[in-house]
Write a protein that binds this ligand. Structure first.
Ligand code: SAM
Length: 260
């Protein structure tokens, strides 16, 4: 389980929260009484849910105590739980009108088990709404994987030491959910984030996708060396535009599954 730093994550709060806004806007549940945000992080996604449904009873759940602490401070009205999604979904028995998860389930293994289980916790008339990154083969991910497998670094990353994201093929999500849903909306969006430079993309991934690699390296000088080499590898994929900035394409997969 990677470590999380709320401040590093929130450096790109606007860009990271936009998919959450887009997902929330597409959920066709008029007046949910209970809404849970799984992998709520520092509470940025929970806040969007509170804006859409101010009357709902909101719960945020995250396995990182630091994230939950930040969320609780910023948004004391919410109900906050520090727990793992896998264990929670196995033990939970209450139903929720909206079960929501933005940019978190990619960290949770075995979607074939977890998604039907989550659908079983959706109240009649409610929905499960999920967004996961859908860009595992983009340059930042390819670069990290190829570095970890290289002669220079592989002794620091024993086999299976680093597990990146758990994301299935998009049609597999349809197959997993369709036996449990009356209707499923699935879509993809590729965001084109405007970043000051390629260094900012490394900073972005330091807050998310690079966490498992940096955690495996333990000491700060190895981490610095890893990031310098990583920057060198990804920079050619993000050429400067006329104003010196770079475009950072980021594809995401969304689905909303409804229960009768
Ligand atoms: C990328 S952040 C997403 C935060 C927020 N939902 C958003 O929309 O920006 C992913 C969050 O998932 C949490 N997470 C990862 N694995 C988890 C698990 N197994 N159970 C609960 N939370 C988990 C992390 O602690 C982190 O706060």
């Amino acid at each position: 389980m990677p470590t999380w730093n709320p401040d590093q994550y929130l450096r790109f709060a606007k860009e990271r929260t936009q998919p959450c806004r887009d997902l929330t806007a597409r959920i066709e549940v008029a007046e949910p009484r209970t809404v849970i945000d799984l992998g709520c992080g520092p509470g940025n996604s929970t806040r969007v849910l509170a804006q859409r449904w101010p009357q709902a009873e909101l719960t945020g759940l995250d396995s990182s105590p630091q994230m939950v602490e930040t969320a609780r401070k910023d948004f004391p009205a919410g109900h906050w739980i520090a727990a793992d999604i896998t264990g929670w979904s196995a033990a939970e028995s209450s139903r929720f009108d909206v079960i929501f998860s933005n940019a978190a389930l990619q960290w949770v293994p075995d979607h074939a088990t977890i998604l039907p289980r989550l659908m079983g916790l959706v109240a009649p008339g409610g929905a499960l709404a999920v967004q996961v990154p859908y860009n595992e083969n983009d340059p930042p991910h390819r670069a990290a994987r190829s570095m970890a497998a290289s002669a220079a670094w592989r002794d620091r990353f024993p086999k299976e030491c680093v597990r990146e994201w758990h994301v299935e093929d998009r049609s597999r999500y349809y197959d997993l959910l369709s036996p449990h849903a009356t209707r499923i909306d699935l879509w993809e969006t590729e965001y084109l984030h405007v970043m000051p430079d390629a260094e900012a993309i490394v900073e972005w991934y330091k807050g998310t996708g690079l966490r498992p690699y940096l955690d495996a390296l333990f000491n700060a000088s190895d981490q610095q060396r890893f990031m310098a080499e990583y920057l060198h590898l990804i920079r050619p994929s993000y050429p400067s535009r006329a104003d010196g900035r770079v475009l950072f394409p980021f594809r995401r997969l969304f689905f909303v599954a409804y229960r009768e």
